[in-house]
Structures are given as C-alpha cells and as structure tokens.
Design a protein. Sequence first.
Length: 721
Amino acid sequence: MLAFVAMAGNAQTAAEDSIFKSFELEEVKVTVPSKTKIKDGNMLTRIVGTSVSTVGTAQDVLSHVPGLMRMQGEVQVIGKGTPIYYINGRRVYDLTELQRLSSRDVKDVEVISNPGPQYDAQVNAVVRIRTMPPKGEGLGVTAFMKDEYGPSKTNNTLSTTANLNYRHDALDVFGGVTFDDNYLGHYDTDVTQKSFGKVNNTQTGTTHMDQQYNTLKYNFGMNYQFDENNSLGFKVERNDNLKGVTNFRMEEDILRNDVVVDNLYAETHTDADGVNSWLANTYYNGLWGKMGVEWNADFYTTNETNTANTIEVSDAMTRATDDKAIKYVTSNSDARNRLFATKLLLSYPIGQGKLQGGTELVFTKRDNLYDITEETIADDKSSVKENTYALFAEYGTMIPKAGMLSLGVRYEHVDFNYDNDFNNAQNLSRKNDNILPFISFSTQIGEVQGVLSYTAKTRRPDYRLLRTNIEYNNRFTLSTGDPTLKNELRHDVNLSMRWRWLAMSTYYSVQKDGLYDWTYPYDDNGTVLISWVNLNKPINRLSAYLNASPTFGIWQLNYTAGIQKQWLSMNLTDPRTATGTREVKYNKPMFIFINNNTFRIPMKNGTPLNVELNSELLSSAHFGNAELQNWFWNLTLAVQKSFLKNDALSVRLACSDIFHTAHHDVNIDLGNYSLKQTNIYGQSRDIYDLQRLSLSVSWKFNAVKSKYKGTGAGQEERRRM
C-alpha cells in the first residue's frame, strides 16, 4: 500500500487571582473569560469559575485555552504539534478520557511548549490538566457514548465506556471498560507515481480501501493514600483487537516512456489477528521531610499478527499467456514487543528555588517474523534490542527584580542492537550518547509576561521503520525499513509573550538528520521501493502566531493567526538533466487562520446552551519533503447542553467539515521519483474523512474521581512500538 502523507509547538495576591478582568474598548465591554498567566515558564490557564468551565468536556475546554488550537481534527500546542497529556500527574494514553471528564471538574490547564529535562527527549509539548479536589465517598458511576458518522466515506465510529470508582477513607478502587467499533466503507484516492532512469515509468490510477476494527479495552487499579503527602498504587490495562480487517484495491495503468504497456488490478485482504497489549504501572508519590519523591515502574507488552493475501491481474500477462494472468501472494508478519521502564524523580528546595533530578531506565525488545510466498522477496526473522539510560537535573530560582531562571540538562545513553537470523550481514550494534541542555527565563513587566527558552530534543525512529524485510504491495510497489537510521536532533528556541487577552508565540528550530519517507526506483521495469532516510541537509523552521481570546457578552472568541516557514534545499539525482542532478526546494510557507466562536445562550432553567461555530483555514505549503497543493478549510458547527442535577447528563451534537473542503492534494518531488496523491487528511487509522456528524452523551452518578497519581515511565518507547 502506498504510504499516506500524515499531517506529517504559586499563590499570588488576591488581585492576581481574580477570575475576570475587563476594560472598555470603543464602548464595547470586553471580558477575559479565563485567567491566564505565565508561571515557571509555562502558560497556566484557570478554568474553574470561568465561562469556559461550562463548555462541556475537558476536550472542549482545550480549544478555548490560549496556547492551544484545533488543527486538522486534533488539538495542538501552537507551533509545536500534538502534545502528550497528563491529568493530575497521570499520563493519559486513551484520549477519550478527555471526553469523559466534565469541564466543570477542570481546575486549570498548563501548556508546556518547551518541556524540560524530566521529560523524555522526544516529547515536544505537554498539556497538564488539574481537576478540582474530589468530594464524597462510596460508589461512583460514569458512562459515555459517542457515535460519529462520515457520510461521504461511510466512516463510522462508535465508542461506549463505563467506569466504576469506589472510595472509602484512604482506599480507592477503580475500573472501566470501553468498546470501540470503527467502520470505513470506502476511502478513495487518485495516485500517480513516476520514476526516471534508463526508462521513464509511470503508474497512474485509483486506490480504494475499506476496513473494520473492533477493540475492547479494560482497566483495573487501586490506590492507597497514607496521608496528604504519601500515596502508592497500581494500574493494569488490557487492549484486545476483536476484529481487524482491511481490503485495499488498486487499479492503474503502467506506462513506459509515456506509452501504456499494462493495466494492473491488485486486491489485498489483510486480517489482523491476535492483536493485544498489556500495560501494568505501579507508583509511589511522597514527601520525605523537604524532599519530594516520585517513582514509577511500567511493564508493557504487545502482540500483533497480520496475514495479507494479494491477488493481481495483469492485462499484459493475460495477453502473453493465460496461465500467468493471475498472481497470488501471501505474507504473514508477527511482531512482539516487550518493555520495562522505571523512572525516579527527586525534588528539594534550595535557596529561592527548587532542584529536581532523577533517572529513567528503559529496556525494550522487539521480535519480528515475516514470510512471503513471492520468490523474489526473502523471508525475515529479526530482533531489535534497545536499552536507554537517562539522567536529568533542573534547577529553577527567582532572581530578584528580574524573573525566573531555570537551567537543566538531560543525558541519554542508548545501546542499540539489530540481529537478523537469516542474514548476518545486516547485524548492527551501536551506542549513542546525547547531552540535551535546557534553559528558560521568564519575567513580567507591568501587565506583559514573557518567556524565552532553548532546548535540544531528539526523535528515535519507530521500530517498524527499523525493519529489513520487504513488504509486497503490488509488483510495482514495495516497502521496507532501514536499521541504520540515525536519531533526529533538533535545537529549539521559543519566545512567548502575553498581555491581557493577547498572546504572541514565535519558534525557531534547526532539525538535523530528519526522518522522512523516501522512494527509490527499484529496477528498470518501473518498480519502486518505499523506505525511510535521514535527510543529509538540516531543516530550519520559523513559526509565529498571534492569539486573541476575549469575550463580548455571550460571545467568546479564540482566534489564532500564524505562519510556518521552513528552509530546505537539496541536490537530487535526476537523469533527465544534463548534469544528472537537480536542485529541489521545499520552502513554501503555510498560513494558518483558526477562528473558534462559542455563544453561551442563557436558558430559563438549567445551564446555558452552548453553540459553537469554528473555522480552520490552512494554505498550500511545503511540509517536510511534501508539497500540500491546495487550501484546507474545515467549518464546524456544534450544539451542547447539560441536564439534570449537577449537570449529570450532557449531550453534544456536532457537524464538522460542513462543505467537505478539509483535505489536501499532495505532491512529492524526490528528483528521480515523484508522487501525486489526492484526498489526504490529518487522519488516524479510524478517521479517513473529517466530514462527520457526531452525537455524544455522558452521564455520571455520584461520580468520584480516582486518586491515581502514577505518571508512567518509558512513554515514548510505547509510542514507537
């Protein structure tokens, strides 16, 4: 299957803690809906007691928080991309949890656009959500249901969740179960691939995909709080893929030197069997005198088996000999991952500041078995072992009459081993050492707050990208990985400023050894090989954003305008030129306009009716080594209302991408290869179209929140699996 381009940032005075600030602007009263300030170099927004607290769920809250914006169907930290989330210090992996948490229970939201050394070096941004202290004891029940329908692609997703929580004195027991049904009726694209060599080859046609995935997730855990400052607990999560079926069809013309030589029809049926995962976490949080202690240990395992059956029909082969007209190819892959991770974080007040330090150890193993009936492609049995040893420290202190200064560093040592049982020549062993500094300075002059920071980050390739086996898409398209891929290294400089309801953010980064997909001519017959590379040129990026979030009566705005610009130029092989090379530039900027409007319409009885009209407009641009050729516009309308005592029942109806204009057409120019593809979305596996009608209902009875405080360890390693 062709690779899809995925769109791939303490106690104050009573006056400072006032929730609302207002002033007169051309005889119109403007009220700031939530209190936002820069604290410890991060953007902290108070939610409780403000108009934002009634918008529905924690996920709805995020669209109204300065420093965040909804882009291509997901919430992003402005300029830094998709964040990781924490709720009360616990890492969130199932993002539907944000939909199940009421906005009325959210105390504040902290946006960390430049995470310090205590976070994994691959984490680009963090959002930390704190909730109000829980009240009451006994049994609590929460239920959530969301049904989404995508009319143009028949892309339906249904999610239902039930959670139980029992609390008595210091003991807290909790558990829950979630069932997801994701059905895709059809996802169609037009694709044109061209490769240039001794013979110029073209593949042009259409693809069609449908799939269905059913998953069951359940969890159980306990927490015991000895006193206000000391607690421990454990949590176990299990995910089972009950059904995973994908059908992919491609019909294309094959041209050589612009002459049609074949018409190829290929159909692949893939079954994902035995897909499951276990995650067990245990933690301790405590205070020993003045020293804070936070310890986590995780064990994580995944198993996934896929069987793909491909049938091909070739017109050229049919004309040549009937017995070779139809080709059958079967492949089986079995991947197993194991991870153990532990993290210790200590903190101690020194002088006017606080010293934090600790260690994180991550031990990972991945076994991969692949066999295929195609005689020209070899079977594969390989394993990857990676052990990461990290030390980190950070000290933050107040400088009188200046501001807050934080200095930190993270050291990572990585032992990497790749072993191929069928081809010892591919065996590889290497060690990587990274010293990643961090510095941040925040200050306030009058009502203007600002923060300037620098950090170094890395990105390690996902384990699937490190494979050597060649996967068969059709006779003219193959895909593989590369175990010699190096880690990315990125240097980030951030400047953020805030005045009342206006915020400005600028980011400059230099990315070295960037990881990007790349396609090569595989032979002179037009076959291409999709793989991954480290770019040999750095990518420089600059982004700047201006955000306004005032309120005019019942109308609450959150508007963002920005620009993202990258600089990348490479000399690539192209046999069509006299020199055999050609300069390719990827420098076109992206202009971004995000307009979120919420109208809180008072009702005689009960909470206000919330009506949202949100617009997301993105220009054509270069993104990495791809060109997004058209403008992207997503217009969304939503209505939400809460009912019953304490807003126990909440109902939300939404329609996104009303005019069905939220998609990209993509062009990739790699010198001796080019790819054009239509209808590319900012998609996850279960959403291939942003035009959707959705209904969500949440209900809670005597709900009490879990006291679970485990934050997890080795989170980014799990993402790579």
